[in-house]
Structure formats: structure tokens, C-alpha cells
Design a protein around this ligand. Sequence first.
Ligand SMILES: Nc1ncnc2c1ncn2[C@@H]1O[C@H](COP(=O)(O)OP(=O)(O)OP(=O)(O)O)[C@@H](O)[C@H]1O
Ligand SMILES: [Mg+2]
Length: 239
Amino acid sequence: MPTIAFISPKGGVGKTTAALLLASQLARGAQVCVIDADPNRPIANWAKDAALPETLSIMADVDEDTILDRIEDAAASAPFVIVDLEGTAAKIVLLAVSQADLVIIPMQGSQLDAEQASRAIRVLKQHERMTGRAVPYGVLLSRTSPIIRTRTMGHIQDGLTEASVPLFDTQLNEREAFRAIFSFRQTLDALDPGDVPNLDKAIANAEQFAVEVIERLRGARTVAAGRDYTAPAREGRTA
Ligand SMILES: Nc1ncnc2c1ncn2[C@@H]1O[C@H](COP(=O)(O)OP(=O)(O)OP(=O)(O)O)[C@@H](O)[C@H]1O
Ligand SMILES: [Mg+2]
């Protein structure tokens, strides 16, 4: 049963947001267990007052001593396990990676972020050398503009492609709705379109991300470098 881990040594790049969006999308059709391995418990805190779908469960209070057992327990009870980690390169990340079928590295569009994403990739390479098992992974460009593709972003995408870093085709856009799930303590589907602008576009974006994750888990789509990465769905011009 697939385990998907979100990692990045950089804080605030959108790991928790992407993890929760993916979990909520998958929970529309399957049991999903989210392991909130961040000591700040962002997903567990969200879930405290949230009206959770019955298919979504959360485990928290996980540390490096317990994470392997918790992932094993979760995988025995749910077809999808999603692990959200704090922004760190600590041992717990390596432990989570060791159990993962797919690692997702969210990254914002700046050179500093690209350098931090490289650190996360080094952890994966280290794991591969230690165990002989390469964990499939992909960099997810997050908090990108749905309207413009900046030159910086283009430059970073080119750099990643040249370095043969696998990139998700889907980008998670900067959307008020992706913040609103935390402020309203609801899943995206449960938000009121009257409260949140462009909710339909946010839902479409989250769906597209979940579909791509499933495809990659099935191996139906190769996260290959060197392809023509299309910019996010356009709502306006290209800068
Ligand atoms: N796609 C997005 N659109 C709008 N806001 C976003 C998006 N992704 C993240 N945010 C906001 O950015 C902030 C940081 O996001 P998040 O907590 O998901 O990052 P993180 O990588 O999990 O951080 P940490 O390393 O601290 O755990 C939050 O306020 C969140 O609401
Ligand atoms: Mg987080």
C-alpha cells in the first residue's frame, strides 16, 4: 500500500498544504491515513475541529523512535499513507524516506528554494547508497502564480531539467482556498464558494495533483527530465 512522504529542509514551502490537499482528494475514494510527523502538529491541530471525511484518519505525536512502527501500523489499516514532516533534514526524514513509495519535494520558485530542494534530493541519494533502493521522487513547484510564469521560474525549471531532476507536471498554485482549508478547518470540498474566491479552480488544481500522484505511483507516467514542461493553466499572460 503506497506511502507518500513530503519532505524539504526548507520551512514554509507548502509541504503540509500539499499533503493535506492530496489526503483529502484521495479520501474521496479510499481510506487515507495521514501521519503528522511535525512536532508542531499542523494537520492534527487542523483535524481537531474539522469535519473530517470518515475515510480520513490522522496520527500524530510521532518521533524518530516511533515513525517506522507508525507507518507500518498505518499501512496495515489504510491503502494510502501520507507522511508530513517538518522542514528539517533530521534523521526522521531518512526514516520516513526508507518506507516511502513516492517522495514529494515541494519547492517555491526561487534560487534559494532550489538549493534547499537539492539538499532534500541529497538525502534521497544518501538513502539509495545506504540501502541500494532508489525511492521514486518528484519536485512539486508550489505556490506558483496561476497567471504568469516568471523568468525566475522559467530559469529554475530549466536548471532542474538540466540537472535531470524529476518535476511534477502539475504545479500547486498560490490560492486563497489553499489557505482557507486551515483557517476554516475544512477540506477543500467542504468550503463555501461564497467565502473563498476561485474555489473551483483550486479544486481542479488539487484534483490534477492527486491524479498525477496516482499515475506516478502506478508507474504509468515517468517523471522524466528533459520534457517540455508546460506552464500552469493560464488565466492570463506570460511574463
Ligand atoms: N499553494 C498555496 N497557496 C496559498 N497559500 C499556501 C500554499 N501553500 C502553502 N501556503 C501557505 O504558506 C504557509 C506555509 O505553508 P505550509 O505550512 O504548507 O508549508 P510547510 O512546508 O509545511 O512548512 P513547515 O516546513 O513549517 O512545515 C501557510 O501559511 C500556508 O497556508
Ligand atoms: Mg509543514
